[in-house]
Design a protein around this ligand. Structure first.
Ligand SMILES: [Zn+2]
Ligand SMILES: [Zn+2]
Length: 283
């Protein structure tokens, strides 16, 4: 593949529009691939764009939130290069008991008017959230949320009541639970605190996603020369072994440029499909 290292970013500072320690897992891949130095402002209020514990609902799509975070940071800091991260965790739609995580990462280069986004789906990051309405259920729910290795949040669905975060101490958790239960008269939601600085698994996921985005930014498009070549998707249509017709089988990765639309194939998963998948040989 004709790609070249993007040297233009070497030694430049990159603002990470976050306040929950996401610059740490991102520094390694971005330092290695692009030679940039990541930093985040100490006092950026990104919680206004939604919190995991639900006291602030996310006001828009993840992509819109990423743009809003960078815009907020740029209003205060002169930062042509910026990164923003967003995560969402919840019950898996069809695997009972499993959690599904999504992470997004957006790179914005204001000088080149360039935006590159990458996304990661993960089943590996621990997440739990349970309604707890009796003290007997509390301890098992805490453990299913990853306690004591991971910190917890306690919240109710009732507006106006506090949301407790970063809880690790057992007696403190019991106290908070009792207080919320008495005040709301209903179940209290015990959940894993998903903020990155408290969750090593989430930090690793952000690091993996960072490596993916940084590698992409280090590749410039063979057609238009802009950085960020290589958004990939599966191309179907693996040719039939007997008649060469395209089948519905997965064929190869297709890499493309978001700016000019240029695309090219990457490694194929197979060279030909079994004729039983062929619409002509086996209609
Ligand atoms: Zn291009
Ligand atoms: Zn065929």
């Amino acid at each position: 593949m004709t790609t070249s290292r993007v040297l233009a970013y070497q030694g430049r500072p990159v603002l990470v529009a976050t306040r929950h320690g996401k610059a740490d897992p991102l520094q390694r891949p971005f330092g290695r691939c692009l030679g940039v130095n990541l930093w985040s402002p100490a006092d950026l209020d990104t919680d206004r764009f939604g919190t995991f514990s639900g006291e602030v609902a996310r006001p828009g799509s993840p992509e819109a939130m990423l743009h809003a975070k960078i815009q907020l940071a740029r209003a205060e800091y002169d930062a042509p290069l910026a990164l923003a991260s967003e995560g969402s965790y919840g019950p898996h739609p069809w695997l009972p008991g499993a959690a599904l995580g999504q992470e997004w990462l957006l790179w914005q280069d204001a000088e080149q008017n360039l935006t590159v986004m990458e996304q990661l789906w993960t089943l590996r990051v621990h997440y739990g959230a349970y309604d707890v309405s009796s003290v007997a259920e509390l301890r098992p729910a805490m453990q299913r949320c990853g306690w004591p290795q991971l910190a917890l949040t306690l919240a109710t669905s009732q507006p106006g009541l506090p949301v407790y975060k970063a809880l690790r101490d057992l007696s403190e958790i019991e106290q908070c639970w009792q207080q919320l239960q008495a005040a709301s008269g209903s179940a209290v939601v015990v959940a894993t605190d998903m903020r990155a600085h408290l969750h090593p698994g989430r930090q690793r996921a952000i690091g993996r996603l960072g490596a993916r985005l940084a590698h992409r930014l280090a590749c410039s498009c063979p057609a238009c020369g802009r950085p960020g070549f290589g958004r990939w998707q599966w191309q179907h249509g693996l040719p039939c072994a007997d008649c060469d017709s395209p089948t519905s089988q997965r064929w190869r990765r297709w890499l493309r440029c978001d700016h000019c639309g240029h695309g090219q194939p990457q490694s194929a998963v197979a060279t030909s499909a079994d004729p039983r998948w062929c619409p002509r040989c086996n209609p």
